[in-house]
Ligand binder design. Structure first.
Ligand code: SF4
Ligand code: ZN
Ligand code: ZN
Length: 305
């Protein structure tokens, strides 16, 4: 039998297992936006200038669309930024930039573009070849650094990123099963406040308690485009078995994503403070050592190219 919307009784288009509720199109849209707003408020978010890191994937497109709707309720100004990584195999970067532009046009949002090649002189594949790190590690490092620097220089209070609950849970499950306490210590939080003394812009992850499926459904309801091609460096294969295991856990206990994530965040707090941060002696942005990882990467690249 077809499930019915818990609010109005019409045919449902989605069942949300952890909420044990089904929704029609209209009421899911409202539920989703309420959940984003509530997640932020419950974690002490009080508004400001928000820069949404827009990759063009379903999570960040849904995030931008929801935040634009919630502007006055959350007391935020919203702009978006896309990092062009210049990954040209399967046209990944061209498609991602094109989708980001179309999404921002449809939502009436200003889009900034950080061009990796213009900023560092190199494309992501070139940076990867010159580094000893794995591609996604290089990519994460340069994106984190460039987004923070860009947002800091333009006076944004927050960077919003599209972390979804399934990815966070899978990553944390792997960390627990492989004894990687350092990954638990870095577990993503909904709100990481700014630290101006370290030139660190605040971070918000408003979708930490929404699933990938909810994000995809919300984007479809809003009629927005998303990038359908996969990044050729995607490391999904290495996480595949943990994804399968996680899906099984959710089938057995549908509420487990929410409780699991809350438990991990409590363990993280019990583990104590992150490594102490200071400012990089080269660029002046936050780091744990004397020279930050981005500056070290750039120095290595300059030596090798
Ligand atoms: Fe970057 Fe890896 Fe994501 Fe590709 S899959 S965009 S390399 S983090
Ligand atoms: Zn309904
Ligand atoms: Zn530096």
């Amino acid at each position: 039998m077809r499930r019915k919307c818990i609010v109005c009784g019409r045919d449902a288009i989605i069942y949300v297992p952890y909420a044990r509720s089904a929704f029609c199109r209209e009421h899911f849209e409202r539920y989703y936006e309420r959940r984003i707003a509530r997640t932020l408020k419950e974690h002490g978010f009080r508004g400001g200038r928000v820069l949404v890191a827009l990759s063009g994937g379903k999570d960040s497109v849904a995030l931008l669309a929801a935040l634009v709707r919630l502007r006055s309720e959350l007391n935020i100004e919203v702009e978006a930024v896309h990092v062009n990584l210049h990954i040209h195999r399967n046209q990944f970067s061209d498609v991602s930039l094109d989708v980001s532009k179309r999404v921002c046009e449809a939502l009436g949002v200003r889009l900034h573009v950080i061009d990796l090649k213009e900023t560092t002189g190199l494309t992501l594949p070139e940076l990867v070849s010159a580094s000893a790190r794995k591609p996604c590690s290089v990519c994460g490092l340069v994106r984190r650094y460039l987004l923070n620097r860009f947002a800091w220089e333009r006076g944004f209070d927050w960077i919003a990123t599209g972390h979804n609950m399934d990815d966070a849970c899978t990553f944390m499950l792997k960390a627990l099963l492989t004894e990687r306490l350092e990954d638990i210590a870095r577990a993503p939080e909904v709100v990481t406040p700014p630290r101006p003394e370290l030139r660190l812009v605040g971070r918000i992850r408003p979708q930490l308690f929404t699933t990938a499926r909810e994000n995809r459904t919300y984007v479809a309801i809003r009629g927005l485009p998303v990038v359908e091609v996969k990044c050729p460096y995607s490391e999904e294969a290495t996480l595949h078995k943990y994804m399968k295991l996680w899906e099984h856990i959710v089938r057995v206990n549908p509420v487990s994503p929410v409780t699991f994530l809350r438990t991990v965040l409590r363990i993280k707090r019990a583990l104590g403070e992150d490594a102490e941060l200071r400012t990089c002696s080269r660029c002046g942005f936050a780091t744990t050592g004397d020279v930050c990882a981005f500056c070290r990467l750039m120095e290595r690249v300059r030596r090798e190219t």
